[in-house]
Design a protein around this ligand. Sequence first.
Ligand code: SF4
Ligand code: SF4
Length: 443
Amino acid sequence: MIKTFPGGVQPACLKNETIDKLIKNAPVPREVIIPLLQHTGAPCEPMVSAGSRVRTGQVIARSDKFISSPIHASISGTVKKIDRYPHPVIGSFNAVFIEGDGADTKETSIKKTDNVNLLSEDEIRDIVRECGIVGLGGAAFPTHVKLALPEGKAIDSFILNGSECEPYLTCDHRLMLENPAGIIEGMAMMLRLTGASRAYIAIESNKIGAAFALEKILRDKRYNTLNAKIVILKTKYPQGAERSLIKSILNREVPPRGLPLDVGCVVSNVGTAFAVYEAVFNGKPLYERVVTVTGSCVAEPSNLRVRIGTPVKDLVDALGGLKKDVYKIIFGGPMMGLAQLSLDTPVIKGTSGILFLSKEDVAEYAETNCIRCGRCVDVCPLNMVPADIMRFVKKEQYERAIEYNVEDCIECGCCSYECPSKIPLFQWIKLGKTEVLNLRSAK
Ligand code: SF4
Ligand code: SF4
């Protein structure tokens, strides 16, 4: 039976340009600019300075805070400087500039293993941390933290998220088709670390090929004890959001301001599982990732394995340039992604896609008055009342907004997408979240 959650929307799919294309390696860039914050948590401090020689995969920045993740050089060469630079999520941030030597010499301090069973849980978690693995679905939460359950917490279910519900994006889909064994090995390690007794692999109904590829691996007797099964979900946005997945698969609701852990569950993306596999089996830090580069302006839309810190313009060149004028560049998908101002912006760990959209692709409408139709409520996957929250935020009544659970908004944008009056509800709600956060930290 195909499962789903209440609410959500069905935007056009727009994945066809890249869905059948094998993942290719992007050229190794001549220069990378690697921001010192690429994850949820404390920023890293540089461990190199101008003139330092570095190897691909060498740690160049870290923090001693638990919720943080080390950052690695993505090419070999020489550090030119550390300076502020455009950042795709937070405007600008300090970054390490590395000029490549063309050799791509690898750091080999993290050992490969042939038998993961010889490693303890703590050793695996240390490798995951040392390799800088973060959630690759977008939030970039440090994976070693997610895999270290707090004292007194236990979970019964692990959800591997292969739903990839954003239009345009196909990087997870391709990874599931091309590397299913690595994904299952990574998931097996995550199950061991979290103690979950069963796993659900969540795949939308438009990716049946990926479901078959993973199912074939699961049939191997090595994985009999995993207690894992594939769950086919309705193709609907935002099916891949943690709360939607948990509702669709387990029929559990994460409480207001709660976490999946509160309902006995951990959710992780398929790309993250593969990165865990590569770290533990191959000793490979997270210095590159698969990115969908697409949109009507790109000459050759593709899925590329891209070094972290690669400026967008290098990817445009690698794909034969732009075939028409770009009106909007978006990092991520069109629903939750962030618009960028510059072709110099670098790829970071959380960059799942880069869209180059023309004016015709980007609908622009004049906002009109709310007609109280209730459609924003119908589509909100959290059953919130976006129109009311917007009114509270406009009037700076943040306590009322808190009562209406503004902080729980997952920023999916369904309310704005569906609103017939084209009211930017999501933008108001996001502003409300920021103001509430400021209020809480001022107390
Ligand atoms: S969808 Fe738009 S017009 Fe309808 S109630 Fe919500 S804000 Fe008002
Ligand atoms: S209020 Fe938040 S969670 Fe609900 S539809 Fe709008 S953006 Fe999505």
